[in-house]
Design a protein around this ligand. Structure first.
Ligand SMILES: *Cc1c(COP(=O)(O)O)cnc(C)c1O
Length: 367
């Protein structure tokens, strides 16, 4: 069975992205005949005890890995992180209030634009005019009085920046964070957060499932005059089984959680990412300007490493040769170009080492 998975491919895709090989193999086996039930996971009723076991196992493992306290609800929703751009304001941005946005990249801009269609918003800080090379300096004390919540993006997938640490929270203003591209790669201080969400397809599992972790006391303040399916309370009341959940995705997410546990948990993932990131950034820094990193050093992401070569033609050549050697997904996002290596949890260190070797060789032959 091992042989069915190509081993000469290095997956640096930005999302959907690499999954642990052992997870794929286990999924392949248990999908077909789950626990000798004669049913694959995708063929069973979401109301059956067999599925319920899968569902609650995934929820519980996620809770344990991220040390989510009991006063937070964990929801499994659909619609991706993008639906959360709309759902958060629909639930909490009521008339007379304003939502504060920290703009640190394209996804935070999208979140801000979507909220602005629903209610009043303002920009608390932005590094847009610096091409989002760094995380803005921000002080939560400077929020307006009628602020409904502050919205942050923990890791900027497209520009390759990540918050090294967060400002101290004002106890009266909820903080909502899009952690789509770095969830489960470092711990979360739940005293500083009220709602954390993530599309699973970068660091937590396959696409089709969105994680929302929300403080119960915040959820109780939500607007109840919105469609039932868009209300957090609806999903919380029914343990994310209000309607048919994406059962297959939730199953695989559970396998990824088990894999992270086996690797030593979130702290092990953090150290692993740091090692992988350092290798790449060191290669960039020691290239005498052959490779130029996009992010300012203090804002560098340990999930998405973005860089340029001296001109577009050389970048094209780099991507072309990389592709021929089995490196997948190294092209930058279509909106900004350049190169990007996404080194999420499931990307093995050996793949990063191979990339580094390729980068050094490419430089030698193209000076
Ligand atoms: C990928 C990504 C999104 C979009 O996620 P969807 O699940 O496709 O809606 C939003 N925010 C961040 C930070 C992302 O990386």
């Amino acid at each position: 069975m091992e042989g069915k998975i190509l081993t000469n491919i290095y997956n640096f895709n930005a999302g959907p992205s690499a999954l642990p090989k052992s997870v794929l193999l286990e999924a392949q086996e248990s999908m077909f005949n789950y626990k000798n039930s004669g049913l694959s996971v995708m063929e069973m009723s979401h109301r059956s005890p067999l599925y319920e076991e899968i569902h609650f196992n995934s929820l519980n493992k996620l809770r344990s890995l991220l040390s989510v306290p009991d006063d937070f609800e964990i929801l499994f929703l659909q619609g991706g992180a993008s639906l959360q751009f709309a759902m958060i304001p629909m639930n909490f941005l009521t008339p007379g209030k304003q939502a504060a946005f920290v703009l640190s990249g394209s996804w935070s801009e999208k979140a801000w634009k979507e909220a602005s269609r629903i209610g009043e918003t303002y920009i608390l800080a932005s590094t847009k005019d610096e091409m989002y090379r760094r995380i803005p300096e921000v002080n939560f004390d400077s929020c307006k009085e009628n602020t409904a919540y502050i919205h942050l993006t923990s890791n900027n997938t497209i520009f390759g920046t990540q918050w090294p640490s967060y400002p101290i929270k004002d106890p009266n203003i909820p903080v909502c964070m899009d952690a789509s591209s770095d969830i489960l790669s470092r711990s979360i201080d739940w005293n500083q957060m009220d709602l954390v969400y993530a599309g699973a397809q970068k660091n937590a599992g396959p696409s089709g499932i969105t994680i929302v972790i929300i403080r119960k006391s915040l959820m109780e303040t939500a607007n109840s005059h919105i469609p039932t399916i868009l209300s957090y309370n609806t999903h919380a009341k029914s343990d994310s089984l209000y309607h048919t959940p994406p059962t297959g995705s939730i199953f695989i997410l559970g396998l990824v959680m088990k894999w992270i546990e086996e690797q030593g948990g979130v702290e092990a993932m953090r150290l692993h990412s740091k090692t992988k990131g350092s290798l790449l950034y060191q290669t960039i820094d020691e290239s005498d300007g052959f490779y130029v990193g996009h992010a300012t050093e203090s804002s560098r992401s340990s999930m998405n490493v973005t860089f340029n070569l001296r001109n577009e033609q050389l970048e094209k050549q780099f991507l072309h040769e990389a592709k021929a050697k089995g490196f997948v997904g190294l092209n930058g996002h279509r909106s900004i170009g350049g190169c990007r290596a996404s080194i999420y949890n499931a990307v093995p260190l050996s793949h990063v080492e191979s990339l580094v070797e390729f980068m050094k060789n490419f430089q030698k032959t193209h000076v």
